[in-house]
Design a protein around this ligand. Structure first.
Ligand SMILES: NC(=O)c1ccc[n+]([C@@H]2O[C@H](COP(=O)([O-])OP(=O)(O)OC[C@H]3O[C@@H](n4cnc5c(N)ncnc54)[C@H](OP(=O)(O)O)[C@@H]3O)[C@@H](O)[C@H]2O)c1
Length: 334
């Protein structure tokens, strides 16, 4: 496959500042958690990366264990970065993470210095890169001192293996402690990566969203479409080629309860009334205030990426619409 990036790639995307840092991220970023493993089709992976880049998506997000098998998404991304995208490294933000189980034994999981430093070396090798732009600690580790984990992130930056650091799946109070430690170390911590969608309001409840605003740190919202539930994918059953139909590791059929389907239908109607698809409305909703820097979408085909970037200039909601979305999103608690 030959590829020359579109000369219009910066014409329509919006770039948002990550907190008070110098780093700008596209309003929509692409995650390689699904559909980039060793069981995925390389031509489709390339088509998705190229379409994304042509639309101004300058940020690709990975983790050490994205696959299956673990490491294979980094390996495949590396092939693309060194293939057709080789001339564009300085136009791209590549991130990876460590914090979940990666290799057997006590040193391939959680938040020790031993794990994080070995893991970034492995990730760089798989991708064939000298550095990543953002390196994340992937989840809070209640048993390792936060000073040790943050110290490891700092060492990774100081050794030139990452430009910025982030933390993922942290809550507000723990993030505030992390910020204190990282500021003492003068380590460029710029972003929180957390799950956030119309269906998952955890960061509004655990202090993360408020603390990020107060400390002027970025937020990148992962699974903004609730892994595909906040789209028209499941309105008429479970398609064989959908995440539920073809994967089933992280999203299973039991997520589609009667109440969930009812919520999806109501939201879908509302989106149609706004002249949007449900996916577009779900992404607009996340970016409605300025707390979230970027929505981190996944995709199984390039057309989804195209559809998902075209909400950006229609991100406003009326008070009534916001109240109705809240009401629908709470139906499963009634
Ligand atoms: N830090 C963490 O702990 C963490 C955890 C999870 C994810 N992440 C990051 O977040 C990224 C995104 O997560 P996600 O894949 O769950 O995000 P998502 O955007 O909520 O879901 C993506 C899935 O929704 C479906 N979809 C997307 N656009 C669609 C459209 N326009 N119409 C119909 N269906 C559409 C596709 O599934 P089908 O296969 O059904 O087509 C796609 O694979 C990951 O790749 C990863 O980088 C981070």
């Amino acid at each position: 496959m030959t590829y020359i990036a579109s000369s219009a790639r910066y014409d329509t995307m919006q770039y948002n500042r990550c907190g008070k840092s110098g780093l700008l991220l596209p309003a929509v970023s692409l995650g390689l958690w699904h559909n980039f493993g060793s069981n995925a089709d390389m031509d489709n992976m390339k088509a998705m990366c190229f379409r994304a880049f042509d639309l101004g998506i300058t940020h690709f997000d990975l983790a050490n264990n994205y696959g299956p098998e673990y490491g294979s998404a980094e390996y495949n991304c590396g092939r693309i970065l060194h293939g057709e995208l080789a001339g564009y490294r300085d136009e791209l933000i590549v991130s990876t993470k460590a914090g979940y189980d990666m290799w057997p034994g006590p040193y391939g999981d959680w938040g020790s210095r031993k794990y994080l430093i070995a893991s970034i070396d492995q990730s760089l090798k798989r991708m064939g890169l000298e550095y990543v732009d953002i390196f994340y600690h992937h989840r809070m580790d209640p048993k390792t001192p936060l000073e040790e984990t943050m110290g490891a992130l700092d060492s990774i930056v100081k050794s030139g293996k990452a430009l910025y650091v982030g933390i993922s799946n942290y809550d507000g109070p723990t993030m505030a402690r992390a910020v204190e430690i990282l500021e003492d170390l003068k380590c460029p911590f710029v972003i929180n990566q957390n799950r956030y969608s119309i269906f998952d309001r955890t960061i509004e409840l655990n202090g993360l969203k408020k603390t990020a605003r107060r400390l002027r740190k970025g937020i990148i919202a992962f699974s903004p479409l609730a892994q595909g539930l906040l789209t028209d994918r499941y309105l008429n059953g479970i398609p064989a080629d959908s995440r539920i139909g073809s994967d089933g590791r992280f999203l299973q059929a039991d997520a589609l309860t009667q109440v969930r389907l009812e919520q999806i239908r109501k939201l879908n109607e509302m989106a149609a009334g706004r002249g949007q698809t449900l996916a577009q409305m779900a992404l607009s909703w996340i970016l409605k205030d300025e707390d979230v820097t970027s929505v981190l979408i996944g995709a199984s085909r390039p057309e989804q990426i195209e559809q998902n970037v075209s909400f950006i200039h229609q991100a406003k909601f009326t008070e009534n619409e916001l109240a109705e979305i809240d009401r629908i999103s709470l139906m499963d608690r009634e």
